[in-house]
Design a protein around this ligand. Structure first.
Ligand code: HEC
Length: 155
């Protein structure tokens, strides 16, 4: 009988611990587990990548080359973060980092529309190739993205 009471007490303590604020009350192991769980997944990070994709396109189309370079760098930062939070995708993401941005930096540096559009189309193809390889071939990207709701990109 005693062990049943102890088990019940243990269960109660357990559910009480879950209701507490794990950031203050949790053990180190629990904190670590919750932090790992809270890391942004690919779907969340890809929304950011998608925004940067739109911004990059429109920044370049409007001749805001410095801003385009910023969008590119931020997009690469998000992809690198994705490699950390989802190690299972790291290899595919690295392959994209190695090949997907071919010609992009040079186009932005040269402030050249034609080179940019070529690099952007190449990038778009590589983005969608990874979607297809990951089982998300239905996630397609527009060749001409919608104009973002971004004050920096108003004409
Ligand atoms: C590692 C392969 C990979 C690469 C490279 C990649 N994606 Fe993705 N992307 C995914 C996966 C996987 C999903 C679906 C994630 C999920 O729902 O779990 C996704 C989803 C998306 C979504 C949809 C998000 C949503 O919830 O509606 C957008 C937009 C997106 N990616 C944009 C891009 C763009 C732009 C690029 C290139 C600059 C890119 N992706 C490169 C794997 C990739």
């Amino acid at each position: 009988m005693k062990w049943i009471v102890m088990t019940l007490a243990g269960l109660l303590a357990c559910s009480a611990a879950l209701a507490d604020d794990w950031r203050r009350e949790g053990s180190d192991a629990e904190k670590l587990e919750q932090l790992i769980r809270a890391m942004p997944n690919t779907a969340a990070l890809m929304l950011q990548v998608g925004d940067r994709y739109n911004n990059l396109y429109w920044a370049a189309r409007q001749g805001q080359w410095e801003y385009a370079g910023y969008q590119l760098a931020e997009m690469q930062g998000v992809l690198r973060r994705n490699m950390v939070t989802r190690p299972g995708r790291a290899e595919d993401l690295q392959a994209f980092m190695d090949d997907g941005f071919e010609g992009m930096e040079a186009a932005i540096e040269a402030r050249n529309d034609e080179l940019f559009l070529r690099a952007f189309e190449h990038m778009r193809g590589q983005c969608m190739a990874c979607h297809a390889a990951s089982g998300y071939e239905f996630i397609r990207l527009p060749a001409q993205p919608p104009r973002p709701d971004n004050p920096a990109l108003y004409e």
